[in-house]
Write a protein that binds this ligand. Structure first.
Ligand SMILES: Cc1cn([C@@H]2O[C@H](COP(=O)(O)OP(=O)(O)OP(=O)(O)O)[C@@H](O)[C@H]2O)c(=O)[nH]c1=O
Length: 643
């Protein structure tokens, strides 16, 4: 087979895609490449004026994205080696598609190949990247209206190897250009498209693969290049890099496959799926920046892993091991490590140990592991919080998830510790207090649950409130609205809106203890009641947020049909629920999701927006639309049709 060997050249290497783009991930997965995703933290801020042509900018950005990840992974590797219990062999784990970042950090092997890419749109000498807001999207799309433009994707393939503890890299880079012509776009069409939310994470402000396809008159060149990754050119590049010339007279292996030959990939059929090294530098590899270069000669350079080795059950080992990373994060939160380092780092392990009243050795180890997990930065001057840690893991701040971490470390951890018992007895996999219902909880248990929910709501409220224009509604009811975080955001966003927060009496009683950055408002009312038995407060918009995703179908249908029955024609139902992981990993890549929110692996698989849409339509809602909120939730809005 002629296709497989192209990608097969990378089969036994640890390949990392340094990108958060879900499109790149999909294109490469569909091609059969096994890889991990580690989004780059390189800020796309190179000075555009210093590049002779737009493609040079895209290539350099792609290279810097990949090198940043290669460097970070190389550095993250060391502390984990120290974590191994004495006598534990330093296993080399084989790459697995789509590993989460915390798992990646635990892999004891540095990456062999890191792939970076950058897509830009060029029109009239201007480089367009992702729009920063709707106005920016408008400016970009009006510039493209009725004209041809070029889409360039720069790609860097960085080969890494470690010599005497130092990272050596060799970079192969290229770009692909595709010409796209847009129709004339009316103002109305432009705004409708912008309001769909699609432009925001896409270069030039459009997605040719989705709604944006309707704007396009023609495409000249590689379509996938526009979507974000020039697969064909990439395969040719692999063919060039890994081409091992046959000894004269050696017969070409016979191919028996029905897939027609792709002539330019033929070189690769020599070693059936096997991995020769990339061709030597003369074959096109270029030095990676100012880094020390070493000639690449043998597969052994890549951490001694050769293509002929059988794969180890890396996924299994990681599943067995995964709880350790969670426990490290939860423990560091509990010990207030991220509070100590917030605004004060870098601090030495000794300083942190003193502040958290812990042993120096133990603290140093914990800090090292946090650094390896990407939660802390470590430098010669000590440890400091990453932006994510300061934002989400310190206990103060609008976007703090400290309460959620405490909830996971406490009741959730406890429930999972006794999972065997729950399975034997047929009990739910839920913290014990929740099983009994809040009326049986202690006040502290209720508060702990509310703190977790409050943190998540504050984090997502803005996204949920603005996923659609809700200004036509004058009254809303947030069912299961807990502390009112979303309600306050809604009244802040919509000056005419009154919002009722409906939740269990035990919850409503304590809701006043919680505050958000939004001003307390008289337009937010709290009403105690039970969703399953009490009648619902009247409203022309009902809202659920992060409540229904793991409800069984029959319970969900029962509740929603009751709501549908009590809605007047024209009333709205808005569901903001967890997106299925593979869809979410898009807007974010797993890594962009804050640590601690990766709870989707257990429990019911979240429903897709399509499933919610069909359900709402069946229940008498019309004009059902879906949007994405913050890469974590899907928001679906429907309007009750006249009977
Ligand atoms: C023109 C066009 C672009 N895109 C997406 O635009 C992003 C470009 O931005 P980037 O900076 O190259 O990548 P990113 O998304 O920021 O990810 P990262 O690699 O982490 O920088 C990529 O996503 C592409 O798919 C589409 O999905 N469809 C299209 O028609």
């Amino acid at each position: 087979m002629l296709l497989r060997p192209v990608i097969g050249k990378l089969q036994h290497k640890r390949v990392v895609l340094a990108s958060s783009s879900p499109r790149r991930r999909e294109i490469l997965s569909n091609a059969g490449l096994r890889f991990e995703v580690v989004p780059s933290r390189f800020k796309e801020k190179l000075h555009k004026g210093s590049f002779a042509a737009p493609h040079a900018y895209a290539v350099e950005t792609a290279k810097q994205k990949a090198l940043e990840v290669a460097d970070r992974m190389h550095q993250a590797r060391a502390p984990f080696l120290g974590l191994l219990p004495a006598g534990c062999p330093q296993v080399s784990l084989t790459p697995v598609v789509n590993r989460c970042p915390s798992q990646q950090a635990k892999d004891l092997r540095a990456p062999d190949v890191v792939i970076g890419a950058d897509t830009i749109v060029a029109v009239g000498g201007l480089i367009l990247e992702k729009p920063v807001d709707k106005q920016d999207a408008y400016r970009m799309l009006s510039r493209l209206s009725g004209k041809e433009h070029s889409v360039f994707t720069g790609v860097a393939i960085v080969h890494c190897c470690t010599r005497d503890g130092q990272l050596d890299t060799e970079v192969s880079e290229f770009y692909e250009e595709t010409t796209v012509k847009f129709s004339e776009l009316s103002e109305e069409l432009l705004w409708e498209y912008i309001d769909s939310g699609e432009p925001m994470d896409k270069a030039g402000g459009y997605g040719i693969q989705a709604l944006g396809g309707m704007l396009v008159e023609y495409v000249r060149g590689d379509f996938l290049n526009v979507v974000g990754f020039p697969l064909n050119r990439f395969c040719k590049e692999l063919a060039r890099l890994y081409h091992a010339p046959r000894a004269p007279g050696t017969p070409r292996p016979v191919q028996h496959d029905s897939i027609p030959a792709v002539d330019t990939f033929e070189d690769l059929s020599d070693g059936e799926g096997g991995g020769s090294d990339p061709a030597p530098a003369s074959g096109g590899l270029q030095a990676g920046g100012a880094r020390p270069q070493a000639p690449r000669t043998q597969e052994a350079d890549l951490n001694g892993v050769t293509d002929s080795q059988p794969g180890l059950p890396a996924g299994l080992l990681e599943l067995m091991d995964g709880f350790k990373a969670s426990k490290v994060l939860l423990t560091a939160c509990k010990l207030q490590v991220f509070d100590v380092l917030k605004d004060r780092g870098p601090l030495s392990a000794m300083d942190v140990a003193r502040e958290i009243d812990a042993s120096v050795g133990g603290t140093a180890r914990l800090l090292d592991v946090c650094a390896a997990l990407g939660l802390l930065d470590k430098s010669d001057r000590g440890y400091s919080n990453t932006e994510t840690a300061s934002l989400h893991l310190a206990s103060d701040g609008e976007q703090s998830l400290h309460g959620l971490a405490a909830y996971h470390d406490g009741p959730v951890w406890g429930a999972f510790t006794h999972l065997g018992r729950a399975v034997r007895e047929g009990a739910a996999w839920t913290p014990e207090p929740l099983l009994q219902g809040p009326h049986k909880w202690s006040t502290e248990a209720t508060l702990q649950f509310m703190r977790a929910s409050h943190g998540l709501s504050k984090l997502t409220a803005q996204h949920v409130a603005t996923a659609f224009d809700l200004s036509p509604f004058t009254s809303a009811c947030h069912l299961g609205g807990c502390t009112g975080a979303l309600a306050h955001k809604l009244v802040q966003e919509y000056p005419r809106l009154q919002v009722t927060v409906f939740d269990l009496p035990e919850v409503i009683k304590l809701a006043g203890d919680f505050q958000t950055d939004a001003q307390p408002s008289e337009r937010v009312h709290f009403v105690p009641g039970d969703l399953s038995s009490d009648s619902l407060p009247p409203a022309d918009l009902y809202i659920f947020c992060s409540l229904l995703h793991d409800w069984p179908d029959d319970r969900l249908h029962g509740l929603l049909s009751r709501i549908s029955g009590s809605c007047k024609p024209g009333a709205g139902l808005l569901l903001a629920e967890l997106a299925p992981a593979e869809e979410e990993e898009e807007a974010s890549g797993a890594a962009r999701r804050p640590p601690g929110l990766r709870t989707r692996g257990v429990g019911r698989r979240p429903r897709s927006p399509g499933q919610y849409r069909r359900l709402l339509q069946r229940l008498g809602f019309q004009d059902v639309q879906a949007a994405r909120a913050g890469g974590l939730l899907h928001v679906v809005l429907g309007t009750r049709a006249p009977p």
